[in-house]
Design a protein around this ligand. Structure first.
Ligand code: ATP
Ligand code: MG
Length: 567
């Protein structure tokens, strides 16, 4: 088992941190933070950021803050806050006492704004949003100064106080940093620091009628918390000069360093909260925890383990290059983890009845089956064997090709942990569909009986007809039919590429009776079929619903590689 240390290994960020520690920068401390905006559930991309930030803190005996970026009350919600905390904990990380909110610092951030105004480094602009945009210039042309740029300090202080006191309507004015309207970096063209938003905030209520912009709030929060390394995704690279300008122009208790890394994207999935929310709003999935969603809640419900997610992001690495990683890589991590720990059981997804004509009616044997083929410590269980059993419909073929080693008319197959059976008759309905197969058992061929291990080519799984339990099993497939649904294609929306077969319900599956009491969240391997988990939401006592976590082999690998090669 690997240490649950996030994205451990060495990468350019860990190298910077090791060098900083060695040189005594930040007094050798390492303090990081994960700063989600509570406007949706966390997804696989966030897992990378969580493992990186919490992992680095853990490896360096430092600490990592979980800080909610709650600067936009319009989009934020307590349900999102709760889900984020649940997800970070489930992933195996602990923020201890370091649970904060940008809103904890609203007063301090306000004071920073006042200080900038007093120093002549910020001003209240009364231009409309459209006018501000028009004055901003373009990448090739400098911006134009606002007519309000040189307002006297006293007037700015008065206007800012009145913004705070709710005297102005939304959009009437903003507070801007006074930097440089001709700066090649657009983020330095007098960026907005505060805007008026007459909204009730989930934590501060109606105390504020203006809210700080993300860049301003985030930089000051980092400095107030003593963050040493502020790790963020590459889209913030262009914001770094502003981050540094804010640090340079305020007297803050510490000086964090911002370092950017590339986002993690997973093929056949999407990692944008806005797009994930759109799937929910349009009713295309059942919710944030739909097992097809690449959200932490969805993947947890799907049965993925926290360990496999950690392994996946560690393998993905930390770089500055854009990444689109194959979904198959994630599934392989899940498979490898579950192979070690999931007990084996029998289930039949598409049952075909087999009557064992020479087996006495009413007789039942309890046969011993191993819970794991290679791990004897996992023990064994008893499974009931009776005259009528179910096998998988596709384990029988009336007219099979030459290399078909399962059941065929006149052919033999071994029932795993039981007997060799021979097909003697095939029963069909009026339409010619096979409804039942009649077999005889070879009583001398019982598994485990000394000298009885006569070999036949095929071995199949089965369950007793009378003693098994009927359950619903949900089979999931890729959510999208193309590797990068996000990419622009002939004006089509990403929802045009949803896989119509991403969910198949198998309503009449049969499971061995011992599984009836399996608790929600229990993960098992259905032998020969894949890994499955008892759904945590829909399962009723005594009648579990199973989700397929992942198949035993990767049937998509070839197609996926071909598609990725074209991108
Ligand atoms: P989204 O685009 O899904 O809304 P976001 O970046 O706006 O994502 P935040 O809640 O602001 O979401 O993200 C919290 C942290 O997670 C940020 O530091 C962000 O850089 C990081 N993060 C978000 N998406 C990814 C990703 N795909 N890969 C790596 N880190 C990510
Ligand atoms: Mg964001």
């Amino acid at each position: 088992m690997t240490e649950p240390s996030g994205t451990a290994g060495t990468d350019f960020i860990r190298q910077i941190i090791a060098a900083d520690k060695a040189s005594g920068k930040h007094d050798g401390r390492v303090v990081t933070r994960f700063p989600p905006e509570p406007n949706g559930y966390l997804h696989i991309g966030h897992v990378m950021s969580i493992c990186l930030n919490f992992g680095i803190a853990r490896e360096n005996n430092g600490c990592c803050y979980l800080r909610f970026d709650d600067t936009n009350p319009a989009k934020e919600d307590q349900d999102f806050v709760d889900s984020i905390m649940a997800d970070v904990s489930w992933l195996g990380f602990d923020w201890q006492d370091q649970l904060t909110h940008a809103s904890d610092y609203f007063a301090a951030i306000h004071d920073c704004a006042v200080k900038l105004i007093e120093d002549g480094k910020a001003y209240v602009d009364s231009l409309s949003a459209d006018e501000i945009r028009a004055h901003r210039g373009t990448l090739t042309e400098p911006g134009v100064d606002s007519p309000h740029r040189d307002r006297p300090i006293a007037e700015n202080l008065d206007l800012f106080r009145r913004m705070r006191d709710g005297e102005f309507a939304d959009g009437a004015c903003v507070l801007r940093a006074k930097i440089d309207m001709a700066a090649p970096n657009m983020n330095l063209r007098d960026p907005t620091l505060y805007r008026i938003r007459k909204l009730v905030h989930q934590r501060t209520g109606d105390a504020w009628s203006m809210y700080p912009m993300y860049d301003f709030a985030h930089t000051i929060s980092d400095a107030l918390e003593g963050i040493t390394h502020s790790l963020c995704t590459l889209e913030f690279e262009d914001h770094r000069p502003l981050y540094e300008w804010i640090l340079d122009n305020l007297e803050l208790p510490s000086r964090p360093r911002q370092i950017e890394f590339s986002r993690l994207n997973v093929a056949y999935g999407i990692t944008s909260k806005r797009k994930l929310a759109a799937l929910i709003d349009k009713g295309l999935v059942t919710g944030w925890d739909d097992p097809r969603m690449p959200t932490v809640a969805g993947m947890r419900r799907r049965g993925y383990t926290a360990q496999s997610l950690q392994t996946f992001v560690r393998n993905a690495g930390v770089t500055k290059k854009d990444k689109l990683i194959e979904m198959g890589a994630l599934e392989n991590c899940v498979r490898e983890d579950l192979n070690e720990c999931a007990p084996r059981v029998f289930a039949v997804l598409d049952p075909l009845k087999v009557v064992l004509t020479n087996y006495p009616e009413g007789q039942m044997e309890r046969l011993t089956a191993a819970n794991h083929p290679n791990l004897p410590d996992m023990g064994s269980r008893e499974i009931p064997f009776t005259r009528e059993i179910y096998i998988e419909r596709d384990d029988f073929m009336e007219d099979p090709p030459r290399k078909f080693f399962r059941l065929r008319p006149g052919g033999e197959v071994r029932l795993r942990y039981a007997y060799i059976i021979k097909c003697v008759d095939v029963i069909k309905d009026a339409a010619g569909n096979v409804t039942e197969v009649h077999c005889t058992i070879d009583p001398e061929s019982k598994s485990g009986k000394p000298g009885a291990e006569r070999k036949v080519k095929g071995t199949i799984h089965w369950v007793s007809a009378a003693e098994s339990i009927g359950v619903e099993v949900r089979l999931f497939d890729r959510m999208f039919t193309v590797a990068n649904p996000d990419a622009e294609r002939d004006g089509k929306a990403f929802t045009d590429f949803l896989n119509p077969d991403s969910l198949t319900i198998a309503p009449d599956c049969r499971i061995e009776p011992g599984l009836a009491a399996a608790a929600p969240g229990t993960r098992v391997q259905f032998e020969r079929l894949g890994y499955f988990v008892v759904d945590i939401r829909d399962a009723a006592p005594g009648r579990p619903v199973f989700n397929r976590i992942v198949t035993l082999r990767d049937s998509w690998a070839k197609l996926e590689r071909a598609q990725l090669a074209q991108i």
